[in-house]
Write a protein that binds this ligand. Structure first.
Ligand SMILES: Cc1cc2nc3c(=O)[nH]c(=O)nc-3n(C[C@H](O)[C@H](O)[C@H](O)COP(=O)(O)OP(=O)(O)OC[C@H]3O[C@@H](n4cnc5c(N)ncnc54)[C@H](O)[C@@H]3O)c2cc1C
Length: 440
């Protein structure tokens, strides 16, 4: 916003008030990993970075300068990174940094809330007042998502509990869109179940941070915790086979893992009730013991962590503006994306839209084919009932053509994204003379 000519007052509550994860008073502190994920051409995280670099993102250029060797990933020296971000903000002629906690926002002011997964309780209360208690969440219980192409369709069957709907074997292949209430079932024999069970309860978990311990008591238990309560607990919980008949045998399986199609991620299935806290390598090993998932490729693995985020599809429009309060925008993790670079991208989108608002222009028509546009499409158009924050992945980008090997399809997605981005920047460039537009 400041680069575009707007005078900005930036509030940061640290060090006066801190979060349970931050350790310094610096801006842009990376609270955990120092990796901004893959920077390898051909990957979805790289495409997102490519677009941000084309948009001259300040944070991406600082990250590039603070880069440390990390193979194909963009990893940064976290001290150098956050110091450079802090310096850039402090030196900026149009930014005033105010080190205090915000607990309310006057209605007559334009603001972006980007307070992250550990938004302070005071501000969370204020946001809840605006959005309703049911629309702001405080933790994430994410189930793994499987790429449909990697499912062995000969071993699974589509069937809703108590036979609400059933499709012939193979009809679902190629990612046919599921009807509401339609599930893909991975049936298990007693031997398969017992083997899976014993590997699940022995698999290594990620240690919970102290401030996250309370999450377990709130509601969803991780599947491995549920399993530890007894050999049959899962068979009476997320793996219950009741009301499901395998059309090949006409019998009810001993246990079942159900997959529900992700409506907006073409060709992807969510593992119902399989939120977990296992290490990624362990998770893949154990989940691949499930019949039909032996070769599974996971678009996203399960996680449970503290995270403050909005039910964005209900509350936000494509400009990241609160539908019911035009001057208020959300960006970063709180708007329903997951990850450092995704947060940077939504910050840029919100800032550009604020500049448009100040100028009296309509919101930016971000192209759907781009990685940034796909993130916006997901957070505003996903099914609100099952909404979970998401990292960028190929499943979010539109698929123009389903033919060919996965690698080729991805190349085409990237080509489409780059063409759309170049066209967008070309169209917008004449209108992006922010400084004269905002009169600053
Ligand atoms: C424990 C933990 C580990 C994580 N690990 C990773 C990881 O390895 N990789 C990854 O990509 N992502 C990780 N994340 C997610 C990561 O935090 C986000 O991707 C990213 O930092 C979000 O950026 P943001 O700008 O939205 O929020 P933040 O980076 O958290 O910035 C928000 C800022 O707002 C300030 N603030 C909060 N409330 C107020 C208030 N009321 N008034 C004023 N200031 C306020 C905070 O002090 C903070 O500086 C992790 C999150 C947590 C909690």
């Amino acid at each position: 916003m400041a680069e575009g000519g707007a005078p900005v007052r930036l509030f940061e509550m640290r060090p006066a008030v801190s979060t349970p994860a931050h350790q310094s008073d610096r801006l842009g502190e990376l609270v955990c990993s120092n990796s901004l994920k893959s920077d390898m051409d051909g990957s979805a995280p790289h495409q997102l970075k490519w677009e941000l670099r084309r948009c001259k993102s300040l944070l991406l250029s600082v990250a590039d300068q603070a880069r440390v060797p990390a193979g194909a990933a963009l990893a940064v020296d976290r001290e150098r990174f956050s110091q450079a971000v802090t310096d850039a903000i402090l030196e900026h002629p149009r930014i005033t940094l105010d080190r205090s906690e915000v607990v309310a926002l006057p209605t007559d002011q334009i603001a972006i809330i980007a307070t992250g997964p550990l938004t302070s309780p005071g501000l969370s209360c204020f946001i809840q007042g605006l959005t309703g208690e049911q629309a702001l969440y405080f933790y994430d219980a994410i189930s793994p998502i499987v790429d449909a192409d990697s499912i062995d369709w000969s071993k699974v069957f589509r069937h809703s509990r108590y036979g609400r709907e059933q499709l012939p074997q193979g009809a679902e292949n190629g990612g046919q869109r599921a009807q509401d209430g339609d599930y893909v079932n991975c049936p298990m024999t007693p031997e398969e179940y017992h083997r899976f069970y014993s590997e699940l309860i022995r698999a290594e978990s990620v240690p919970m941070k102290e401030f996250e311990q309370a999450i377990y008591f709130e509601s969803c238990l991780p599947v491995e915790e549920l399993a530890r309560r007894g050999l049959d607990t899962l068979r009476f919980g997320p793996m219950k086979p009741v009301g499901l008949k395998d059309p090949r045998t006409g019998k009810t399986p001993y246990a079942v893992v159900q997959l529900r199609q992700e409506n907006l991620i073409a060709d992807a299935y969510n593992m119902v009730g399989f939120q977990n806290h296992l290490r990624y390598g362990e998770q893949q090993r154990v989940l691949r013991l499930i019949p039909g998932l032996e070769q599974a490729e996971f678009i996203r693995l399960g996680q449970i962590h503290r995270n403050t985020f909005l039910n964005a599809p209900r509350l936000l429009n494509g400009a990241l503006q609160l539908k019911k309060r035009a001057g208020l925008y959300f960006a970063g993790q709180i708007c329903g994306v997951e990850g450092y670079v995704e947060s940077i991208a939504t910050g840029l989108v919100a800032a550009w839209n604020v500049l448009r608002l100040m100028r009296g222009d309509p919101a930016l028509p971000w192209p759907r084919n781009t990685a940034i546009g796909s993130l916006l499409f997901y957070i505003t158009e996903a099914e609100p009932e099952h909404f979970q924050p998401m990292n960028i992945n190929f499943g979010l980008l539109p698929k123009a053509d389903l033919t060919g090997a996965r690698g080729h399809r991805r190349e085409r997605q990237i080509k489409m994204a780059r063409e759309a981005m170049e066209g967008f920047l070309q169209n917008e460039s004449q209108r992006m003379d922010w400084r004269s537009a905002t009169g600053a």
